[in-house]
Write a protein that binds this ligand. Sequence first.
Ligand code: ARG
Length: 455
Amino acid sequence: MWGGRFAEGPDAIMEAINASIGFDQRLAAQDIAGSRAHAAMLAATGILTDKDAEAIKEGLLTVLSEIEDGTFRFSTALEDIHMNVEARLTELVGEPAKRLHTARSRNDQVATDFRLWVRDQYDAAGAALEALMKALLSQAEAGADWVMPGFTHLQTAQPVTWGHHMLAYVEMFSRDLSRLRDARARMNECPLGAAALAGTSFGIDREMTAEALGFARPCANSLDAVSDRDFALEFLSVASISAMHLSRLAEELVIWSSAQFRFVRLSDRWTTGSSIMPQKKNPDAAELLRAKIGRIFGAQVALMTVMKGLPLAYSKDMQEDKEQVFDAADNWMLSLAAMAGMVGDMEANGDALRAAAASGFSTATDLADWLVRALGLPFREAHHVTGALVAKAEAKGCDLPDLSLAEMQAEHGEITDEVFSVLGVDNSVASRTSYGGTAPTRVREQVAAWQERLA
Ligand code: ARG
């Protein structure tokens, strides 16, 4: 491709370190779409004849079908997907193919192809996030009034409902979706026509290529168009935050499915057995999903590091962007699908949830609130009286509702029988009707609102 300037071919090791075709062949469809748009534009602006553009188009379609049916022979000597496609096109159609590279550079091509690829990933991830949110909503709807312990510090805090806990994740994943849409809109500009870095003296129509490829507009600065990869970094950042959410839920599934918790039963489809311990059912999918986030975070740090010291415009360092993003995208997609599958299949154990919700003095706050409401105690004093009652129950080895009225009154003489009505977990959750609270009535409202938004 540049033989004019060179007397010798590259060293074999140079070829190995330089070539990206081993991984950037994943950009083949995008590369061909970009070339088609460029050729059509060159013809429309009179830079190419219609006849040449037509030959290029037909040739590119043949190249695409060869790649799709696996007969295309990728060559390391041709370095990357852009030159592999162009070289084959030249074999197929000859002279017109040699005119295709007018007013463009591989720098434009790689930036364009990669943006198109990342854009597709956003669309796939968006659909996967919606599927996961729907699986969580089904769980929330079924368990709008199943009581479970709510934790802080992983210590029993107050009873909550299963539906409320599921909806907390729906909120998180919906923000991932919204971040994804923001990022997609921001990156949807077309680098084609930057012509390596400075623009071109040919009368090209960048609006036309941008529109043909579904971009909102051409990138406004030719240097920026070819030299930034913030769109890839933002993708990794969106993926990292989403994977962090997936990892937290995965961690809960690991804990909840243990024999000590028994909050959920994961289906056989998402677990594995042990080769030695016959009783085992291990939550491997959840564990792997918790682990895969390391690669996604790692990809972001790696690419940040590649980019941070590069002078404008393109430097070959930037070729290291793709493997990081490909790997992160693959693992994010796999994790989203695995989580939707696990959540869709899992069965909550209502009895275990309820028993756990009632243990650990989970209604102590309800008792303190009652002392404020019924007896007019200042909250700090109510907190102190309740603390003493918890200590008393703990010493006796019983729960708060198991204390007698006399035992209660020993801490505060005005306590009446009525207090026992607030010590039950159902009453506790039913009373949390503030906006965003855990009461089943509130959960049902939220489920209905989400179902409508996702319909
Ligand atoms: N394979 C290169 C990459 O992935 C394409 C652009 C190469 N441009 C250049 N001037 N060497 O970044």
